[in-house]
Design a protein around this ligand. Structure first.
Ligand SMILES: [Zn+2]
Length: 312
């Protein structure tokens, strides 16, 4: 077998395909078949290892399971037959947490996370961007962010999963959040959306809570971060974007679609341009097309600048 450190080097080299690359390199057989109440498991007999994955899972859940089982094999921690996604995540066993830490490092190397999430606080849109880049679920991205909290400028971070309005499980590197606080933050995040909910504590640090995913009816995933005041109180770019969209496009889907098309066409053109050049170029091409729309207002111009910043 390979050491966890070597595996993480391979994860950087082959991002975002490290789990697939590692199973090939290590000669691990991966088999998929339909299973009930189990996402996957691994077995080792002598030098030979096999990973079985539930074929009924979504693509990102399969990759999560593959990375998790690979974590068991690399760390030499025996796999658990019959473990589900939730059991893998909510386990308080030290071994399972070690497995999860390695699995999330294989899917999302630290430098990718740092490079993608430069803007604080971290909200749903930013996690989605990271998830897309790494071909994982938003939830996996959020868990990785929790694990790396202190290295990306957060004091602490939590992911809390609610089912039928009750806390089903939570993930954090540090402490558990009391259920009453989690419930309060969920309600507050809902009412503040599309902005994240912020609460400044007496010590000056700021709690920021936002809903990152509603995987199915009656469920929600809440992302909670604690960060220093200078980052906690400012609006993230993703929040600014949502607020501007509300202002500019409310009740105007035609304009929304038109601008989305123009942005899509502009994206490949801006390579190598400075921000200013890319903005001027956008207006040179599109000002006449957008005449007499909200896009020519100050908010519209701000929106164009913000979107172009995302490309560069
Ligand atoms: Zn496990």
């Amino acid at each position: 077998m390979i050491s966890p450190e070597e595996a993480q080097e391979i994860a950087i080299e082959y991002f975002p395909n490290a789990p697939e690359q590692l199973v090939n390199r290590l000669g691990i057989k991966v088999r998929e078949s339909p299973m009930k109440g189990c996402d996957g498991y691994c077995l080792s007999i002598g030098e030979r290892s096999i990973i079985r994955i539930n074929s009924l899972l979504s693509g990102s859940r399969k990759r999560f399971t593959l990375a998790h089982e690979l974590g068991h094999l690399i760390l030499g921690i025996p796999g658990v037959i019959g473990e589900t996604f939730e059991e893998m995540l909510s386990s308080n066993l030290k071994e399972e947490r070690r497995v999860n830490n390695l699995a999330s490092a294989l899917l999302l190397p630290e430098y990718i996370v740092k490079d993608t999430l430069k803007d604080l606080p971290i909200v749903a849109g930013a996690l989605q961007k990271l998830a897309k880049k790494a071909n994982v679920s938003d939830l996996s991205a959020a868990i990785r962010v929790c694990n790396l909290a202190s290295t990306i400028g957060l004091i602490r971070a939590y992911v809390v999963f609610f089912d039928n309005e009750h806390v089903k499980w939570q993930w954090s590197q540090t402490s558990q959040m009391p259920e009453s606080l989690a419930n309060y933050l969920l309600a507050a995040a809902r009412s503040e959306s599309p902005r994240a909910f912020r609460h400044k504590k007496e010590d000056g640090n700021v709690i920021v809570a936002s809903i990152i995913e509603n995987p199915y009816f009656g469920s929600s995933t809440l992302f909670v971060q604690l960060l220093p005041e200078e980052h906690g109180l400012s609006l993230s770019l993703h929040e600014k974007r949502k607020l501007l969209e509300q202002e500019i496009f409310s009740n105007n889907d035609k304009l929304r679609n038109q601008v989305s098309g123009l942005m899509g066409a502009h994206k490949p053109r801006v390579a190598g341009m400075t921000l200013n050049e890319a903005i001027i170029n956008f207006w040179d091409r599109n000002e006449a097309k957008l005449a007499e729309t909200e896009m020519l207002s100050q908010s519209g111009r701000e929106y164009v600048e913000l979107r172009i910043k995302e490309f560069l």
